[in-house]
Design a protein around this ligand. Structure first.
Ligand SMILES: C[S@@+](CC[C@H](N)C(=O)[O-])C[C@H]1O[C@@H](n2cnc3c(N)ncnc32)[C@H](O)[C@@H]1O
Length: 389
């Protein structure tokens, strides 16, 4: 069964898996959206779909309860299960998991939090999904994980060792000279239950076009927390294959199941040539992102504009329009050649008819600048003008 992707309803395939053999189950079943999910790959040559329409809450409940019961059977006593859902069915899933595993097996509700910028519907913009984490027994496998302190943490205070005083109150431990005793090291903060992991953006290399594909980064975290190398990871609704791919990358065995032949083919393709998008946000840290943004913000101060994300051609769009068309603004970055910045803006403007562009020059240059575009104006930043004056 291992290291294979099985085609079929997971209710049938789960029967074939040996009892007490699996170390981790991650399942991401249809979310009870009431829709048929559909999307296409980047060049539009392949359309993927799966059904997510149900007669009633109890119809959906029955569907997952039956499959969860079988998942429990194949799990080792040390195994955990992560049920991925969102606001549509989190209440139904919690009820079913409590029924199958017992409320005492509940460990956490993980909030997978990500940024989105637009909302087609009235109401609050949805920026999270829920992952319900249960264990089969209390002796579940757990690889303790720490994350860095936040920028606002007073590290100095954290490193000061504490003890209980005579009245049982917590106090700083002091040496004979009365100096506060410091801990040699602290590993960081134990990982919490709110995870900021970027959603796969439409241009991400990792994106296959499969509807509701999850990021490898998210699965890697779950797998690393609850399994060791060589362990078996099962995904009974594997879709585009994110779980098998992540498990394989981390030297775990996998069992993938999906009832869609397209999903099985896609997963097998991804296993042969896996692609994982790096998250710049996670790699460089929030700090460096803020710093980069600060440079841009500094040069946009006082302008009425909206930020433009993930587009190397522009940093903002003026709120005011010119003859009904938008005006993009680009700020020359530190260490960016003015010609490079100009070329990026030109490319963007050329792709939007009627739009104009303003390039804010932030440093002196000895480059030859040949701005032939009538739609683009290069303006020196205020600090440059002051320096020159
Ligand atoms: C939310 S998607 C999974 C997405 C996946 N986690 C990913 O990252 O691509 C749900 C998948 O469950 C599959 N599915 C639905 N009912 C199923 C069933 N009874 N047995 C197996 N797979 C099923 C669908 O074909 C679909 O691929």
């Amino acid at each position: 069964m291992e290291n294979r992707i099985h085609l079929g309803d997971c209710i049938d395939v789960l029967h074939e898996i040996q009892e007490n053999s699996v170390d981790l189950v991650y399942l991401d079943p249809p979310f009870f959206t009431g829709k048929r999910q559909a999307s296409s790959n980047k060049d539009g040559s392949k359309k993927y779909t799966y059904e997510d329409r149900w007669h009633s809450n109890s119809d959906y409940y029955d569907f997952i309860e039956k499959r969860l019961t079988l998942c429990r059977k194949v799990m080792k006593d040390t195994a955990s299960i992560f049920f991925h859902c969102d606001r549509n069915a989190v209440h139904i899933a919690r009820y079913a998991l409590d029924k199958v595993f017992g409320p005492e097996a509940f460990q956490s509700e993980i909030i997978w939090s990500y940024k989105r910028w637009s909302n087609a519907k009235k109401g609050l913009l949805q920026q999270h999904q829920n992952i319900l984490f249960y264990s089969k027994t209390n002796s579940f496998k757990w690889n303790k994980t720490f994350v860095d302190y936040s920028a606002t943490t007073n590290i100095d205070q954290i490193l000061q060792r504490r003890k209980r005083d005579d009245r049982g109150k917590s106090a700083y431990l002091r040496d004979k000279e009365g100096n506060v005793v410091l801990e040699a090291t602290k590993e960081g903060v134990p990982l919490g239950d709110v995870w900021d992991i970027p959603y796969l953006n439409p241009k991400a290399k990792e994106r296959t076009g499969y509807p509701t594909q999850k990021p490898i980064l998210l699965l890697e975290r779950i797998i690393a927390l609850t399994t060791d190398e060589g362990d078996i990871v099962l995904d009974p609704f594997c879709g585009s294959g994110t779980t098998p791919v992540a498990a394989n990358m981390l030297n775990r065995k996998y069992i993938g199941i999906d009832k869609s032949i397209d999903a099985v083919h896609l997963t097998n393709d991804r296993l042969l040539s896996p692609i994982k998008s790096e998250s710049n946000l996670l790699k460089k840290g929030v700090e460096s992102f803020l710093k980069k943004d600060q440079w841009i913000e500094m040069h946009l101060t006082g302008l009425e504009c909206n930020p433009v994300h993930r587009n190397s051609g522009a940093d903002a769009l003026l709120k005011e329009k010119v003859n009904g068309n938008g005006v993009f603004i680009k700020v020359q970055k530190q260490e960016e050649k003015l010609n490079d910045a100009l070329n990026k803006l030109v490319k963007l403007i050329n792709s939007r008819e009627g739009f104009k562009g303003i390039l804010i020059q932030t440093s002196n240059t000895d480059e030859f600048i040949n701005n032939e575009s009538k739609s683009i104006k290069i303006i020196k930043s205020i600090s440059m003008q002051i320096r020159e004056f």
